[in-house]
Write a new protein. Structure first.
Length: 302
């Protein structure tokens, strides 16, 4: 009689299939693209997706930005619009397929989210672009949704905040996309005539037709640190003018130094900064301690 007996059954694997096995620490750390340091994801959440060592601002999706700024109880609006394919466009893949993939990836119908709610004590309207949806490109739906946000701000007389994160106009919709620049700019003109405050926040990146239209039309034009902001990209400009561009060209700090921006605001300071700015913009000149002229001439924006 043997004391030991070999079992015929092999060692049973864990409850997960081989394809589902993963290292337990996988995804817990992320490398900062600026300083190269590894950051614990939980720490990154605490710092609002900014590197605690160098201050690099990671990209945020539109819904996260809105949730970080507005008080609980805000409402998402104008989410029902969907893009069509007016040109039956196809490059490496059909435009219809690109739309379907982007909708599945982001859970949005297009690259924009509108919301209404309170920022501190201010009732405001927010329109935030989603870079994860085909590079935040502006097609008919993005233009129409932003125009609706502008009209809602004008009709309710609530301040407007537009958060830009875009590669520009959406080429797959051709002239239909380019028409949105004029439509949104015209709506902002009516908002200016109604003297309703509008702040434009530019994040990384804000380029192309978005920069050439509503992103630069705010009463205050501000940006996050290190954001790429411009019309054409640096490479295109260098190839056109055949000159080497200066260090930091088209970054928010460079634009601030050259008068294209009013402020560069770190993400941790953004909410109190906006509350103070909207308070100032919504307060009549006389009650700010400023002496108003006897007869105020008609003006456009502050």
């Amino acid at each position: 009689m043997s004391w030991f007996k070999r079992q015929d059954s092999p060692i049973a694997p864990d409850s997960h299939s081989p394809d589902e096995r993963s290292v337990r620490t996988e995804g817990l750390w992320i490398k900062c693209p600026s300083c190269g340091k590894a950051i614990f994801r939980a720490q990154l959440e605490e710092t609002q997706q900014t590197c605690p060592d160098c201050g690099h601002h990671f990209k945020l999706d539109a819904r996260t930005r809105i949730a970080a700024l507005l008080e609980p109880g805000y409402q998402l609006v104008d989410l029902e619009l969907r893009s069509t394919d007016p040109l039956d466009f196809s490059d490496l893949k059909p435009y219809k397929r690109r739309l379907a993939e982007a909708q599945k990836k982001t859970g949005l119908n297009d690259a924009i989210v509108n919301a209404t709610g309170k920022l501190g004590e201010h009732d405001i309207v927010i329109s935030a672009m989603e870079y994860g949806f085909i590079g935040g490109s502006m097609g008919a739906v993005v233009g129409e949704t932003i125009a609706r946000a502008v009209d809602r701000a004008r009709e309710s007389r609530h301040p407007l905040l537009i958060i830009s994160a875009s590669g520009g106009a959406r080429m797959m919709e051709g002239i239909v996309s380019l028409m949105q620049l004029a439509k949104v700019s015209a709506a902002l003109g009516r908002l200016a005539d109604a003297r309703v405050p509008y702040i434009s926040l530019m994040t990384d990146p804000t380029t192309g037709g978005v920069t050439a239209s509503f992103a630069m039309l705010g009463d205050l034009n501000i940006a996050e640190p290190g954001a790429l902001i411009g019309f054409a990209g640096p490479r295109v400009i260098e190839q056109t003018i055949r000159q080497k561009l200066p260090e930091g060209f088209q970054r928010s700090e460079f634009l601030l130094d050259h008068g294209f921006l009013d402020a560069v605001v770190p993400r941790r300071d953004l909410k109190p900064w906006l509350i103070q700015a909207f308070t100032w913009l919504s307060t009549p000149a006389g009650s700010r301690g400023l002496q108003a002229p006897e007869q105020t001439p008609p003006t456009k924006r502050l």
